[in-house]
Write a new protein. Sequence first.
Length: 641
Amino acid sequence: MNHSLAPGSEPILSVENLTVSFRSDAGWRPVVRDLSFSIAPGETIALVGESGSGKSVTALSIMRLLPEDARLQGNARLGGLDLAALPEKALQKIRGNDVAMIFQEPMTSLNPVRTIGFQIAEALMLHRDMTPPEAQAETLRLLDRVRIPSAKSRFKDYPHHFSGGMRQRVMIAMALAGRPKLLIADEPTTALDVTIQAQILELIKLLQDEEHMSVLFITHDMGVVADVADRTVVMFEGQAVETGETGRIFSAPTHPYTGSLLAAVPRLGAMTGRHRPLRFPVVDRVTGLSNIPRGTPDTVKADAPPVLEVSNLTTRFDIQSGSFGRVTGRVHAVENISFSIQPGETLALVGESGCGKSTTGRSILRLVEPERGEIRVDGEDILRLPKNRLRDLRRRVQMIFQDPFASLDPRRSIGASVAEPLLTHKLASRAAAAERTVALLHQVGLTPDMARRLPHEFSGGQRQRICIARALAVQPKLIVADESVSALDVSVKAQVINLLLDLQASMGLAYLFISHDMAVVERVSHRVAVMYLGEIVEIGPRAAIFGNPQHPYTRRLLAAVPVPDPSNRRGGRRLPEVETVSSVRPLGYAAPVRSYREIGPGHLVQAWGPEWDVPEIEAAPHVAIQHDRFQSEHVNAGALS
């Protein structure tokens, strides 16, 4: 539904000539310049662009949450009130009441030492003058509205007890507590799985219709824009370069940068008829021109011994409770999975958060210790290796993590970080390591002079390139890429993926590519394994998984991918009630023996029971079963040396 502003009607928000500058050594540096747009009652406006384009700064300016070294010019009017000119006390009454905001990472917005019930009730007492009993009753109603299962029993749970999708639902409940006229959603689904993302987007649209609320949706995901936005504002280097109705922007973009954003979006089905991975188009952001993606050579050595063989791998975690740490249950994180990877091959491991993807990758490197099974690297069972030989394993297998900033020591230059594995493994002298570092930086598209800089001086895409260079330092045969591009902007994501494909072609690398982004997986993989609750439910060649998915869960994952086409929106379907499933099992639980059938060459699917034979699979295929997940202790993401 298009809520374009009718003649004579007042916009909920009107931003006029907004300019935001930050103080630097050279003076005031503008990061948002002369920006103007308005939002009608009940309308959704998408603010899109890459990191650094000024999207989030615009949102913080509207809320007047800028740091002290920022200068704001222009105005932002909310129902006639100039927010830029209001005193702080008046603003406090507006924040959370008339305007609410949802941030990208809910864990940084929620108080880790307060229960979620307390935090929502506190907002209700503050903004709506409720008594504690009234606030508790309204909190339970809000938790029900945002589809938190068993809301009453979860009132006293802490944020870390919830999955990422559930925490984001809690943030939406808090935002709705004041019944705002305008909701600002700043990248609320960027780090979420496609199925959870689909649920959150559907939830926001449903609540928007019920409350007739306006939404300013900030994102770099053009698929999400196509699904939710009535109008779109495209930002580039702090300026709005194109504004218009979303359908028109997608069908006939007028600015080269808009065209470049759309060209870089991976689309499901684009690989039909292709047997090898395909690079992304490289787009000139100024002219909008892109090259024709070149194909990749056949890198898979099908007749060689596998570089990795995983057989019946099982990894479980104890759950302890009480003051004496009594074990009360176990998380069956990875349950009896088997697969292999050939030299030069990319096997993608896909599924929702909590399905066991990352635990599988960490088990292979023995960052967590499996309970049983076999993991053979070059034919050697690494589970039998004594710990003093794990360095030898990590010369052959390296890992690239999702958050490159957390993987790099903030106090060390990136040159020192890249050289560290060479020195730790005694593969080079300090002088030789410095020379090798220069070559590695060049190999990943960075310049030698960057070796002296610290991690915070780089963009997210550049930091990920640094982590790739460090992983390559010890010349591994296999790289475990754990959500290595999921948090990157679409154009930066394309550059990093192209780099991985080029390195595979030149070095014969094998990849275990862990991801929930099905459109990217289709582009880069040779084979795909689909995981659900610790088990592989389907595995096979990429073309078979995407062209002939058999397991209902695989079909749900594919159906949840947002389509970058406003004419093909999912529509106003309400979310069905879905059962919350957990991978926590009681002590003594015996996992069932699963059977598989072969659909085609190398295409295996796990037999499924009646729990999957429900109408919702066809009626609302974008909604997946949700489950809370065990939050294991964070593994140090430094160099694997």
